[in-house]
Design a binder for this molecule. Structure first.
Ligand code: SF4
Length: 216
């Protein structure tokens, strides 16, 4: 858990506390948080050790929802926007955590691959970045796409745009859902493709500003 600025999507620029949950079964080849994939027993540690981390590592700890909120208060963070990410956070029931944060006046956002059902309060902003045909062979769920407030699609080539079109049509995603294209790994060709398609479709461009700024 750490405080920073949200670097991508609709809330770009908003001071945020990130809660990074361990474990992900999706297996994206270009994943930039591979340290979160497994929760191996030898990497389990205490909450205070986790809070003292200064670099990415596969160490993790167990906590209740209230334990996370208590630590948020203990840290005296000022950001009221909570980004629950991973790993794949939706492998967990996030209703207790989002309820507990809302009870102290925070707003929650979940960042998910859409491969697990979203369990959270109605007020939670859900950002789905659909991960199609990855190593873990998990389907992107229509229920997650329909629940999404924002669909932020990682794009390398035209094939990714075609996949997104198929998903939007298949799940009958409401027109009110924000659709954003995000170039994978700041690649110039992917960025240009995203710009061209966004302009044509009136979609949003999401760039990972935290990577350009070299912040967490
Ligand atoms: S879903 Fe996210 S955490 Fe999981 S492998 Fe893909 S990019 Fe990494």
């Amino acid at each position: 858990m750490f405080e920073t600025i949200q670097g991508e999507g609709v809330f770009t620029g908003v001071p945020s506390v990130f809660v990074r949950l361990q474990e992900c079964p999706v297996g994206c080849a270009w994943c930039d948080t591979k340290q979160t994939w497994d929760a191996t027993p030898q990497d389990e540690t205490s909450f205070s050790e986790i809070m003292n981390k200064t670099q990415d590592s596969p160490t993790w700890c167990q906590s209740s929802a209230q334990g996370i909120v208590d630590e948020y208060r203990n840290q005296e963070y000022t950001a009221k926007h909570i980004v629950i990410t991973g790993g794949e956070p939706c492998i967990y029931d996030l209703a207790p955590l989002t309820e507990a944060f809302e009870a102290i006046g925070c707003q929650c956002q979940i960042e998910t691959s859409g491969t697990s059902e979203v369990r959270a309060t109605d007020n939670t902003w859900v950002t789905v970045s659909p991960k199609v045909a990855m190593k873990g062979k998990l389907p992107v769920l229509d229920s997650a796409l329909v629940r999404a407030n924002e669909i932020k699609h990682p794009v390398a080539t035209q094939k990714d745009i075609d996949q997104l079109d198929d998903l939007l049509e298949r799940a009958k995603v409401p027109e009110t859902t924000v659709v954003a294209l995000q170039p994978i790994s700041q690649k110039p060709r992917a960025t240009q493709l995203c710009i061209d398609v966004c302009v044509k479709r009136n979609w949003r461009l999401s760039i990972q500003t935290h990577k350009y700024l070299s912040i967490a």
